[in-house]
Design a protein around this ligand. Structure first.
Ligand code: MD6
Ligand code: FE
Length: 215
C-alpha cells in the first residue's frame, strides 16, 4: 500500500509557523487509515451535508460533526449545537482515536490541557474551497484548535489579524496536523480551491478534522 511507503519516506517534523501556531508534518500518518475508517463510521450515522451560510449560499465543503457539540450554519447564523439539525438527535460520540490524537498533538505543540468537546469533519471534493474566516464561535479563546488533514493535499491560506492581510500559502498533505492558539487563535484563514487528484487513502477527496473546546 502506497500509504505506508509514503509514511516511511516523509519524516515527521515540528515546524513553528507563527507565534501560537505549529505545523506537525506527517504527525497523523500512522493513524491515517484508522482515522478514515472512523470518519466513515461517524458519517454513516450523521451524514455529510452542504450547509447554508447566513447569506444564503450553499457551502462547497460538505460537513459533519462528532462529539458533544457540532458546528453548524444556516440562515440563522453560525453556532455550535448539541443536536444534528438534519437528524434532530445528538451528534455521534467522538471516536477514541480522534480524541487521543487531538490531545497528543496539542501537547506536542505546547498546549497541555486541551480536551476537545467538538470535532468538525470537512470533506472537500476537487473544486471545493473555504473562504477566509476567523474561528470565533468558541467560548474560550485560550483553547487551541487542532486541525488534521487527510487525503488529497490542499493549499491552506494563513492570514493575519485583518481580512485584508495577505495570507501565507501552506501546502497541507495527508497526515499533517496544525495546532494553533494563543496569539494566532483569531488569524484569518481559508483553503484554496482543491485541485483534481486521487489519493491512495481517500480517493478523490480531502478530509479535514478540526478539534475544539467549543462549550
Ligand atoms: C480546513 N480549516 O483545513 C479548514 N480553522 O479544511 C479551518 O477552517 C481551520 O484548519 C481553524 C483552525 C484550523 C483549521
Ligand atoms: Fe477555521
Amino acid at each position: 500500500m502506497t500509504g505506508d511507503l509514503f509514511a516511511a519516506l516523509r519524516a515527521p517534523a515540528i515546524e513553528p509557523i507563527a507565534d501560537g501556531a505549529t505545523w506537525l508534518r506527517a504527525y497523523a500518518d500512522d493513524d491515517a487509515v484508522a482515522l478514515i475508517q472512523a470518519i466513515e463510521q461517524v458519517t454513516t450515522q450523521s451524514p455529510f451535508r452542504q450547509m447554508q451560510t447566513p447569506g444564503g449560499y450553499t457551502m462547497s465543503v460538505a460537513m459533519s460533526n462528532c462529539g458533544e457539540l457540532g458546528w453548524v450554519t444556516d440562515r440563522r447564523g453560525y453556532r455550535y449545537q448539541h443536536e444534528d439539525p438534519l437528524l434532530q438527535q445528538p451528534w455521534p460520540t467522538m471516536p477514541g482515536i480522534f480524541l487521543e490524537l487531538a490531545v497528543r498533538a496539542a501537547a506536542a505543540a505546547g498546549f497541555n490541557d486541551f480536551l476537545p468537546d467538538a470535532c468538525l469533519i470537512n470533506r472537500y471534493a476537487p473544486g471545493a474551497r473555504m473562504s477566509l474566516h476567523q474561528d470565533k464561535n468558541e467560548s474560550d479563546m485560550a483553547q487551541p484548535i487542532v486541525s488534521v488533514s487527510l487525503g488529497l493535499p490542499a493549499t491552506f491560506l494563513f492570514g493575519g489579524a485583518e481580512r485584508a492581510d495577505r495570507p501565507v500559502r501552506m501546502r497541507l498533505e495527508s497526515g499533517d496536523v496544525v495546532v494553533w492558539g494563543g496569539p494566532a487563535r483569531l488569524r484569518f484563514h481559508g483553503v484554496d480551491t482543491l485541485a483534481q487528484g486521487t489519493h491512495a487513502l481517500t480517493g478523490e477527496c480531502r478530509y479535514n478534522l478540526t478539534f475544539r473546546k467549543a462549550g
